[in-house]
Design a protein around this ligand. Structure first.
Ligand code: ADP
Length: 542
């Protein structure tokens, strides 16, 4: 016997229409590339998303055709999220921090028909437009009069002229909720980037899961600042969860420096912000230098790479902001775990709470996870055993776009490439990416642990730990350090700082001081570049 409930497909368009009806005056504020602040409401956004849908119909785009974006977080990008997916096409967000040739490669692979870009990326578009064979329409996200006449780009138009000519009434189609809605390529640290193709269903379920109190806890009482870019895993689903809950949205545009982010948080009374550790480092440095405090910020979700415990402590103890450590990946939409404490942990002493907050957290309902040994045998959840982390669930990828890389699943589970432990309360802790772990004399050293300790040293601004080959131990750790401006610290002092914090054999063999550590397009340390840079480095005793 089937249940007798209505069979309504989960459609992305319904999120924005819900927000427009129930939260019509809730604000969406954007810092524009032009530098000014733009403000409007969910009702305005929905009207303009309908214009986008009409404009795509007029171009004759077919169902599932891809519309690329090369854009910062802002209201026009938000409209494209809903207008493109809502009308049955696929919004394909491209990371503008990639090299122009990679952008062209990705646009070609995705077979984008339309490409919409912020004016700050006009030089990139000028360089690649002739290589993008499938793109027929180029749309600059600006007013008509901001469009230079002599770009040479065939089929270029301004977004405002394009959608301004359309009606703001549109009947959103209903179709199979499993239809493709959004496409995002992984950073491709090995080989070409691969596309992850989200559906309406996966996006809606992820938006529900992400909004829950033990995930990001988003509500109509929040003002949310996604510093995490909309071009990387849909800003962790925040645009969708925000529309679902009616939260005020604050988009930072291109200004991600500490001063700009701080001013936006204060001016727009942001209660919740999301970003990667490297961006928050700039914010904290700015605040420390100016002796500043937050007046409204209550919590921040930090993920994308491990958040150093020193940062969690500083946010919590110095600024009264709870850090929700989160973990996930492009292939997971991306949310897998978020670290929220349980009732029984609320009375624990501060240090014990901070130790929990340093973990990557508990699985959202909808994400199943397990850790396995090299033979694939499941390991216990005792907080000690570490193994390969595997996941499955309705917002986790089944295969890459166009089947690239073959079948990625192992017995129905997606191998994340991360190594983790899970404690009896279900709190997962990443010890490393499997390719970054340091294999010394048959034992594993977690590069994240070694980095976290260094980051707590008062003279260290940033640290990365990599494996170097060693004749006796196979591999030994090298710590690469960027000092804080004006700080003085020696190799010996850094090494001595590890005393009593880790076993002797885990202490880095050497410390190399550098001016900067290479970061990838999503703000993560590029360890492959570091390994290349220090290829010939001789460790003492090696
Ligand atoms: P890509 O895989 O393309 O580099 P993703 O954003 O999908 O980009 O990266 C996902 C990976 O980032 C995870 O598999 C994990 O290694 C790392 N990661 C994400 N969040 C955390 C975190 N909180 N702690 C440690 N590592 C993290």
């Amino acid at each position: 016997m089937l249940g007798l409930m209505q069979d309504r497909p989960l459609m992305i368009s319904s999120l924005l229409e819900f927000a427009a009806r129930h939260h019509r005056d809730a604000e969406i504020v954007s810092r524009r590339v032009e530098g000014d602040l733009h403000r409007y409401t969910y009702a305005d956004a929905a009207a303009r998303a309908r214009r986008v849908a009409n404009a795509l119909d007029r171009l004759g785009l077919a169902f599932s055709d891809r519309v690329g974006t090369l854009a910062w977080n802002g209201y026009r990008h938000f409209e494209l999220y809903f207008g493109v997916s809502g009308s049955g096409r696929v919004v394909h967000t491209i990371n503008p921090r990639l090299a122009p040739d990679q952008v062209a490669w990705i646009a070609n692979h995705a077979e984008d028909q339309v490409l919409c870009f912020d004016m700050s990326f006009l030089p990139v578009i000028k360089a690649i437009w002739s290589q993008c064979k499938t793109v027929k329409h180029w749309v600059a996200l600006c007013e008509a009069d901001a469009l230079p006449a002599d770009t040479g780009i065939a089929g270029l138009r301004s977004y405002e002229a394009w959608i301004g000519a359309e009606s703001d009434t549109y009947a959103w189609p209903e179709f199979d909720e499993k239809s493709a809605a959004a496409l995002c390529y992984t950073s491709g640290t090995t080989g070409h980037p691969k596309g992850v193709l989200y559906s309406h269903r996966s996006t809606l379920l992820h938006a529900y899961g992400g909004a829950l109190p033990d995930a990001l806890a988003m509500s109509a009482r929040d003002a949310v600042l996604p510093v995490v870019p909309m071009f990387h895993v849909n800003a962790w689903g925040i645009p969708y969860s925000a529309a679902m809950t009616g939260a005020k949205l604050v988009f930072p545009g291109a200004a991600l420096d500490g001063k700009s982010v701080y001013e936006l948080i204060e001016a727009e009374r942001v209660s919740f912000a999301a970003g990667v550790p490297t961006v928050w480092l700039m914010l904290l440095n700015h605040m420390r230098a100016g002796g500043l405090k937050f007046s409204t910020l209550k919590r921040t979700v930090i993920g994308g790479s491990a958040c150093p415990p020193a940062m969690i402590r500083s946010f919590y103890v110095d600024y009264g902001v709870t850090v929700l450590h989160g973990w996930g990946m492009t292939e997971m939409s991306p949310l897998g775990t978020v670290c929220n404490m349980k009732l029984k942990q609320l009375e624990l002493p501060l240090d014990a709470q901070l130790a929990i907050m340093g973990k990557q957290g508990r699985a959202l309902y909808g994400v199943e996870m397990k850790i396995v040994d090299p033979e694939g045998q499941e390991l216990p959840w005792d907080g000690q055993a570490t193994g390969d982390l595997l996941v499955k669930g309705p917002w986790i990828m089944a295969s890459y776009f166009k089947g690239e890389g073959g079948d990625p699943l192992v017995g129905g589970w997606f191998p994340t490439g991360d190594v983790a432990a899970i404690d009896p309360d279900g709190f997962m802790q990443i010890t490393d990416r499997s390719k970054d772990v340091i294999k010394s004399g048959g034992e594993w050293i977690s590069s994240i642990d070694i980095e976290n300790i260094a980051m707590a040293h008062p003279a260290v601004a940033m640290a990365a730990c990599i494996a170097l080959p060693h004749p006796k131990w196979d591999e030994r750790p090298l710590l690469v350090v960027v000092k804080k401006p004006g700080a003085v610290v020696s190799r010996e002092e850094v090494i001595a700082f590890y005393e009593g914090k880790v076993a002797k054999w885990q202490v880095p063999d050497d410390v190399a001081f550098v001016d900067a550590i290479p970061l990838g397009a999503t703000g993560k340390v590029q360890k492959n570049k570091l390994r290349e840079q220090f290829k010939g480095h001789k460790l003492p005793g090696a």
